[in-house]
Design a protein around this ligand. Sequence first.
Ligand SMILES: Nc1ncnc2c1ncn2[C@@H]1O[C@H](COP(=O)(O)OP(=O)(O)O)[C@@H](O)[C@H]1O
Ligand SMILES: O=P(O)(O)O[C@H]1O[C@H](CO)[C@@H](O[C@H]2O[C@H](CO)[C@@H](O)[C@H](O)[C@H]2O)[C@H](O)[C@H]1O
Length: 479
Amino acid sequence: MLGPLLPVLMPWLVTRRWFTHERGHLERLRTVSLSVLEEPGREAVLLHALLDARHEGSGTHHYQLLVGLRPRLPAALTGARIGQAESGRWAGWTLYEGTEDHELMERLLARTEQGAGGALQLSLTGSEPLPSGLSARALAVEQSNSTVVFGDRLLFKLFRQPEPGEHPETDVLRGLTRVNCDRIPGLVGWMHTEGTAQESVVLGILEEFLPARGDGWDLAVRQAADCVSGSCRVVPALDGFTGEAQELGRAVAELHTALGEAFGRQELGPTEIVGLVDRMRLDLRTALEQVPELEPYGGRLQALYEDFGKLAVRGRGRGLPGQRIHGDLHLGQVLRTEDGWKVIDFEGEPSRPVAERRLPQPVLKDVAGMLRSFDYAGRQALATLAAEEEASESERESAEQTAARLRRLRRAYAWSVRNRRAFTAGYAAAGLVDPHCHPVVLRAFEAEKAVYEAVYESQHRPAWLPIPLAAVQRLVSGR
Ligand SMILES: Nc1ncnc2c1ncn2[C@@H]1O[C@H](COP(=O)(O)OP(=O)(O)O)[C@@H](O)[C@H]1O
Ligand SMILES: O=P(O)(O)O[C@H]1O[C@H](CO)[C@@H](O[C@H]2O[C@H](CO)[C@@H](O)[C@H](O)[C@H]2O)[C@H](O)[C@H]1O
């Protein structure tokens, strides 16, 4: 049934943010499963599809699609258009991104809750029914998955590259709920295919929607921009965001304590440490092939990783503690609510195999992720201001303009440094590890994250590539 639609879906799929680009081009799409949700008397049809995408000469990826079909597309859905079916049962109908259609999403939630979703099932954590009559809206944010909010009460996140077996995010949220961690949204349920826990595929999670002042990224960039464009020559030691950054450090430390309680802690022995360093080296090798701009730093990056490995193996008597961590922590993964900072998105690094994401790791990996994010926020603030300036300035920069530009550069750097320090201090005050005491470990993980970011930016936002590259340069030169 999906066959005639695949040629329409293929060119659209490769332009999705959540599509993984391989070296070989996308050769073939294969339907793994298809569910059709339609209702008598209603024109719109929802197709749920699991597809295998085969790339010429390299890997296969699994994708989940929610495709809407209508004979005529209403104006409100024009932006969601995928294309027109040429043949088959829906010849002449328009295909579009199904998560954008509130009617279809409301229908999906209601049908699966009633057990009428066919192969699509919804398991709820509690015994209470879901609140009824909630209207759906898709979240228009750049992300690895797709999110639909129901009445500002519930949030449904659809995993775009689902795999069979328990999903790391349901697993983590359940564990954290068990130990009463209040730094996370409550897990309400999860949508999955039929079969045992090992066979079935978790398609998405339903969680509590957290009303927030904003996410850490937006708040930090806004505040950094205010600070960078401010008129003061000396940046005050305590200002706008540092209090928030310190609180954030505390929140992440509490999260780590709860993760340790829920999933246990263990000392990483030489075998695990060697395994960790080998993975870092392997990723670096792949990154060097994908991002030629990293090439001049390859040897020195490897040396940073090896320094960490040697130190960790030597110091095993004192122990390198490992535990379940967040795995992809950055300012966009934290929300500032009335009850303080909450942490979201426990999927781990989506590009890693699920089994690897479950391995115990040093908590400093998460700390390094957040430190990188403060660097990003300072630079993004600078870029925003520079773009505004460029739009209003003449071609040649005057001496005064040069001085102003350098002043902004210094301020942006100072903003990042101050907030990195505040975050680390907050973490040290509430955590089991004081990051100040582990500079070699922290530097290696920051470098690893910056390499990951360089690959990410080169694939998704090439204009941002200078941010991680500058960090790599700074880290390898010991600054
Ligand atoms: N529980 C929640 N409450 C409110 N907003 C949320 C919640 N979870 C996620 N969000 C919003 O959705 C966005 C994407 O969520 P996230 O889990 O990071 O998705 P992805 O895995 O695709 O990166 C976040 O940046 C945040 O703005
Ligand atoms: O989609 P995810 O949230 O799972 O994470 C991916 O995308 C992030 C960007 O949206 C990317 O984060 C990088 O950019 C952020 C600013 O946009 C910055 O705060 C982070 O520090 C930086 O790593 C993340 O790496 C990627 O996995």
